[in-house]
Design a protein around this ligand. Structure first.
Ligand code: SF4
Ligand code: SF4
Length: 128
């Protein structure tokens, strides 16, 4: 089953994605590519594109509601890691629901996390 977020991306094209400037400073351990961020205020940066009247993060690839990916997934800001999709952990997510509604997508339900009958369970990753 494809992860529901891979068919969505609504939250990456709805909210202003702001975070502390240190997250884009490599010498402080920051991982966000600085060229994809811009200054919001003395303390914060935002992902490019997310301050627009119709926000869309510059790192988002694909078509919202169809197939998307984050071009900097391993290096994305902390705020992106904090957004959880509704019902993945058994509870609704206000941010997820709000973003999906804004893009005309149905809200996720607990059923979106069920494997279809007959689906194979993927093997666990090998330990190092
Ligand atoms: S968290 Fe919700 S709004 Fe964001 S990509 Fe996943 S399903 Fe879509
Ligand atoms: S950095 Fe990635 S996860 Fe965060 S808003 Fe942009 S596309 Fe979405």
């Amino acid at each position: 089953m494809a992860h529901p977020c891979q068919r969505c991306g609504a939250c990456c094209a709805h909210f202003r994605v702001a975070f502390h400037w240190s997250e884009a400073e490599a010498f402080l351990g920051g991982t966000v590519p600085p060229e994809l961020a811009e200054t919001l205020d003395p303390h914060r940066l935002v992902m490019r594109g997310t301050q627009a009247s119709q926000p869309r993060c510059a790192a988002l690839h694909g078509t919202v509601g169809e197939a998307v990916s984050c071009g900097i997934y391993e290096r994305r800001p902390s705020v992106c890691r904090e957004v959880v999709p509704s019902w993945e952990s058994g509870a609704p997510s206000l941010q997820c629901d709000k973003a999906r509604l804004a893009h005309g997508l149905q809200l996720l339900t607990p059923e979106d996390w069920l494997d279809p009958p007959g689906a194979e369970t993927p093997p666990l990753p090998q330990s190092a």
